[in-house]
Design a protein around this ligand. Sequence first.
Ligand SMILES: NC(=O)c1ccc[n+]([C@@H]2O[C@H](COP(=O)([O-])OP(=O)(O)OC[C@H]3O[C@@H](n4cnc5c(N)ncnc54)[C@H](OP(=O)(O)O)[C@@H]3O)[C@@H](O)[C@H]2O)c1
Length: 251
Amino acid sequence: MWQDKGIIVIGATAGLAESTLMHLAEQGASLVLHGRNKETLQQLQNKLPDSASTVLVQGDVTDPSLGSQLWSALQDLPGTPFGFLCFVGIPGRLAQDEWTPQALSDIFAVNCAGPLLLCRHWAEQMRAHEHTGNAVLFSTMQANYPFEGSLPYSLGKVALQHGIQILAKEVGNAPVLRVNGIAPGVNEAGMALASIQRGKYQPYVDDQRIPRYGTPQDILQAVSFLLQPDLYMTGQTLLLDGGFTLRRDQA
Ligand SMILES: NC(=O)c1ccc[n+]([C@@H]2O[C@H](COP(=O)([O-])OP(=O)(O)OC[C@H]3O[C@@H](n4cnc5c(N)ncnc54)[C@H](OP(=O)(O)O)[C@@H]3O)[C@@H](O)[C@H]2O)c1
């Protein structure tokens, strides 16, 4: 399905991205892989099939020139521009005496403003070149329920979900561009792994409020759905948390 489709992947080095990238590469997608660290990016590229068409782009998600670097890298690959995936996020784990307007604003820039502006840049280029396509950005379950202590992280993710709706509304006319989000729960990969290993979420599994932790394979399934070329959905964020948010208080 992804043969000859060009996809920009921001935060390709994220723990949750691995299965998705492997699948897209195996299916023949051309991938612009973004990260901040050259070595990590090269390690990722080496894990993908030799046949995969990939190009690496480094940069901070808050850098205003990153959008044009990503678009120009996509032009170096075979295929037609189609997808935009943004896995970028930081948990914002600050001690409460470090919560200042500036500190929260820096976290917001990475979790919300940077990803939305990059998505907007991609959409403008897609429209200018008359390509249809789909974008998927990553929120969190913490943007869908007020978990105590999550202010630095969740503020940006709540705004991201609203921004997804605004962008979807702005770019919905022909050529059709769809913008959706995924709000994961607790996954055994990436930023949640350390908390799982400390046992923070074990009670939720032990008393079966969630059947298990999420995995990068669950993320692959959701991304594959949201990247469908004929997807009948836009401006939505899928809560992919195994029921955590709904059943959190059923101890
Ligand atoms: N893991 C979970 O259970 C979970 C749960 C809920 C939501 N999420 C969300 O899902 C997404 C992926 O999560 P993950 O756990 O896979 O994260 P992760 O392994 O911690 O990876 C985070 C990604 O964001 C990139 N990044 C961080 N700050 C950046 C910046 N300033 N500029 C550019 N890139 C930056 C990292 O790039 P580098 O490699 O350069 O550091 C990395 O690719 C995130 O948006 C996260 O909020 C994850």
